[in-house]
Design a protein around this ligand. Structure first.
Ligand code: TYM
Length: 327
């Protein structure tokens, strides 16, 4: 039997090249090697307020972006989290075996909570719901960007704790990070990771940005005081541009060094912009085709939910039995 893979993205904000290079591109690469479930995690998105109409539209947008990236719904299940109620059901059972201290230590929770006047309980519980997503399907591999690695670690801890309390129940999953692009930084501020919730102009390249906007954001990217690329002394802004180029192109290290060493920053940026646009233009073309086909997306999402529903039901039934709940 193929190892199962689970991963997801939140339908909030605009997906950017960090999401693509850190996760989505990797999903496409491994999709035929494993049994993959790719989810649109709308229950995670509501941990911060989302306008209902915008959220509903974003769910479809993310699904179409998965497809445009090359996820094949004939070999993978693409589904929406809230369409399978067992995600929330299992999350409660896992909440009851998770110490609050584990959740309070999560760096993403601390960062998000620091920006809120009043912290919703959902923000603290967020990683438990993520653990439920993964454990519900007994996934062995979780392909994510670096910022989610701590949450997958926590998922392992929760699975192990449950298994030791109630007997072997869950597969303990591993994290899969891409070799390059696991942490794409903000173009305007390379000390911060590129983030969907950051709205500053020239911070990110969104997957649906028009070519002139992509070029502008990259040409204005923060570099350092060197005039040209020097791999030994390059600052984080330059390393980020090189990582973006390498992650898009798949060029090996030696080829990168030969191509870019000594190149002036203006020329580096031009090549990075050309590379990003060359990938995103056909991607956007596919996106437009997908959303213009009436009923296609809805069918993909319905089919995905139907395919995974029996797996989710079987796990929740087993968990209820193990815990002595009413089955
Ligand atoms: P989300 O929606 O914030 O991000 C989706 C994916 O993109 C990766 N990513 C990045 N990779 C590289 N550089 C960046 N700057 C960057 N920003 C984001 C993320 O690591 C992620 O892989 N909690 C998750 C969604 C989730 C999930 C799950 C993931 C819910 N349940 C179960 C895996 C398994 C999140 O908010 O990702």
């Amino acid at each position: 039997m193929k190892t199962r893979v689970f991963s997801g993205m939140q339908p909030s904000g605009n997906l950017h090249i960090g999401n693509y290079l850190g996760a989505l591109k990797n999903w496409v690469r491994i999709q035929s090697e494993y049994e993959c479930i790719f989810c649109i995690v709308d229950l995670h998105a509501i941990t911060l307020y989302q306008g209902p109409a915008e959220l509903r539209a974003k769910i479809d947008e993310i699904a179409a972006l998965y497809l445009a990236a090359g996820i094949d719904p004939k070999v993978c299940s693409i589904m929406v989290q809230s369409a399978v109620p067992e995600h929330a059901e299992l999350a409660w059972m896992l909440t009851c075996v998770t110490p609050v201290g584990w959740l309070e230590r999560m760096t993403q929770y601390k960062a998000k909570a620091a920006r809120q006047e009043s912290v919703g309980d959902g923000l603290l519980q967020y990683p438990v719901l993520m653990a439920a997503d993964i454990l519900l399907y007994q996934a062995g591999i979780v392909p994510v960007g670096e910022d989610q690695a701590q949450h997958v670690e926590l998922t392992r801890d929760i699975a192990q704790r449950f298994n030791s309390l109630y007997g072997e129940t869950f597969v303990v999953p591993g994290t899969s990070l891409p070799a390059v692009g696991a942490r794409i930084m903000g173009l305007d501020d390379p000390a911060q990771k590129m983030s969907k919730s950051e709205t500053a102009a020239n911070h990110a390249v969104a997957l649906l940005d028009p070519p002139d906007k992509i070029r502008k954001a990259i040409m204005r990217a923060t570099t350092d005081s060197n005039p040209a690329v020097d791999y030994e002394t390059a600052g984080p802004g330059v390393l980020n541009l090189l990582a973006i180029y390498q992650a898009f192109s798949g060029a090996p290290d030696a080829e990168m060094k030969a191509r870019f060493t000594g190149l002036r920053y203006g020329e580096l940026k031009k090549q990075v912009a050309d590379m990003a646009i060359a990938h995103l233009e056909p991607f956007q073309e596919r996106y437009r085709r997908i959303v213009s086909e009436p009923g296609y997306l809805a069918g993909v999402l319905r089919g995905g939910a139907e395919r995974v529903a029996p797996l989710a039901a079987a796990t929740v039934r087993m968990v209820k039995e193990r815990m002595g709940l009413y089955v």
